[in-house]
Write a protein that binds this ligand. Sequence first.
Ligand SMILES: Nc1ccccc1-c1cnco1
Length: 246
Amino acid sequence: MHVDIVSIFPEYFRPLELSLIGKARARGVLDVHLWDLRDFTHDPHRTVDDTPYGGGPGMVMRPEPWGETLDAVRAEAARLGVDAPLLIVPTPAGELLTQRAAERYAAEPWLAFACGRYEGIDERVLLDARRHMRVEEVSIGDYVLAGGEAATLVIVEAVARLLPGVVGNQASVLDDSHAQGLLEGPAYTKPAVWRGLEVPEVLLSGNHAAIARWRREQAIRRTAVRRPELLDALPPGSLTPHEEAL
Ligand SMILES: Nc1ccccc1-c1cnco1
């Protein structure tokens, strides 16, 4: 997968050189290209923002540098033989990111991210981008960030870990919270007793069927308490009558 990220803070993405994503890049599973928006300005101060039409607080990101940068990104994608790139624009006004969306993005050959700052990007940038690309505005949650960079890191990580070979044990990817529509239950490791706290006996029993049943019940109970709407969203018949009663 090829990922292009446009930002005025390319150094914000140094974490993508670390850990499992860094290893995936080293192995060629993932290719990340950072674009500095200021490289596409033409004034001495490399200006990327201006006052909002209609007044109001803060500044809006100017359309010209964005248009030129996204043109260059698109030309690079075309050179790589990709003609239908997907542009993801993190924004508090976007659709909420879900694991299903991350799985959909992981199937794309090419993703681009537009990291807005200030009061946002001039709307015409997205309108123009939609003339040439699929564009999705995505939120990672109902809270306010200073810009799209942190959200882009979250989305890239959620997507990259789904790529073949990125996470060593593929089974763990399938069992993660939200992968099966449920929250993950509690996890334990050695020692069996720690500060007087014991590991649940079933996990020491060696009875794999009982362990699997216990883990699923714990996940359902935790989901029912913390995120009941996830249970409501499960496909009909996902829970047995016994599990429905938990
Ligand atoms: N608050 C923000 C400001 C700028 C760009 C994205 C966001 C965002 C994305 N998901 C939640 O917030």
